[in-house]
Design a protein around this ligand. Structure first.
Ligand SMILES: *[C@@H]1O[C@H](CO)[C@@H](O)[C@H](O)[C@H]1NC(C)=O
Length: 263
């Protein structure tokens, strides 16, 4: 089963290699990127000092922790997390990005076994195949349309697909390999709850190809297309997690494939 997924990843990577400019960030001013690029000056989420975070994490009870939190500057609004892209670091990926509140950047979550993510997906983008090592994810679309799929684990080698429109949701069981695609010409946004305050994420292609070349090649059955000479080239072409998707979508939506050239 992993072979077919990896082949998909390989195909995706080789598609990208045909159009490396897809990896460049967009710098146009089209309205289609309105949710992924903000023109207003960023008002960042407050960052807690490592010392305060440590103090909070060391409190013996939740009452003690929240009592400590209430001693912090109320102007920093320690109980509010801002998912607006303008309040967070700019996305580095051309396809958008995800903003995740965890125990580290939103201290009230410490030991509450929950976190939350908001994903902003540009037209024709894919949040590439990944797993969450410590959490099941319940994803709900709040704008646009998103196609999702996952493979649960060994024993059920079937890609389970779900297409979601606004206010529809689905679940990705902990450990499952899953992805999201926005194949529409408009932005899409999802909100996801995860049942860990530190869910983690592991990108399948990126981390698989982080293994030593011998292991990768043996695991793939020594494919002719990848050898010692082109291994690094191949690995370098694996896109960032929020990648631009298929060329068909870009063409249909009138998004110039070479727009990144201007960057
Ligand atoms: C999910 O979608 C893929 C790609 O279109 C397809 O190959 C696969 O058969 C679908 N899975 C199911 C269970 O229909």
């Amino acid at each position: 089963m992993y072979t077919s997924l990896l082949l998909t990843a390989l195909c995706a990577a080789s598609t990208v290699s045909a159009s490396p400019l897809l990896l460049q960030p967009r710098h146009d001013s089209s309205s289609s990127s309105s949710t992924t690029a903000s023109t207003s000056p960023p008002t960042p989420n407050p960052t807690l000092s490592p010392d305060l975070l440590k103090t909070l994490a060391q409190q013996p009870t939740t009452v003690d922790r929240f009592s400590e939190l209430l001693k912090t500057d109320p102007k920093a609004a320690p109980l509010k997390f801002d998912f607006n892209p303008s309040a967070n670091a700019p996305f580095r990926s051309p396809g958008g990005g995800v903003i995740l509140a965890t125990r580290k950047n939103f201290a009230p979550l410490i030991d509450l076994s929950i976190s939350s993510a908001v994903g902003f997906m540009s037209p024709c983008s894919i949040n590439t195949a990944h797993t969450h090592p410590r959490a099941t994810e319940f994803l709900t679309v709040v704008a646009g349309q998103i196609e999702t799929g996952f493979i649960l684990e060994n024993g059920l080698p079937t890609q389970i697909n779900t297409t979601l429109t606004r206010y529809q949701g689905t679940v990705f069981p902990v450990g499952s390999i899953h992805f999201q695609v926005n194949s529409q010409c408009e932005d899409a946004v999802f909100v996801a709850g995860l049942n860990s305050d530190d869910p983690g994420a592991s990108s399948v292609a990126q981390n698989f190809f982080g293994l030593s070349p011998d292991v990768v090649q043996a695991t793939l059955g020594f494919p002719e297309a990848i050898d010692g000479e082109n291994f690094l080239t191949f690995k370098d072409r694996i896109p960032v997690p929020f990648a631009r998707g298929v060329e068909e979508c870009l063409a249909r939506c009138g998004i110039p494939m070479a727009e990144g050239k201007k960057a």
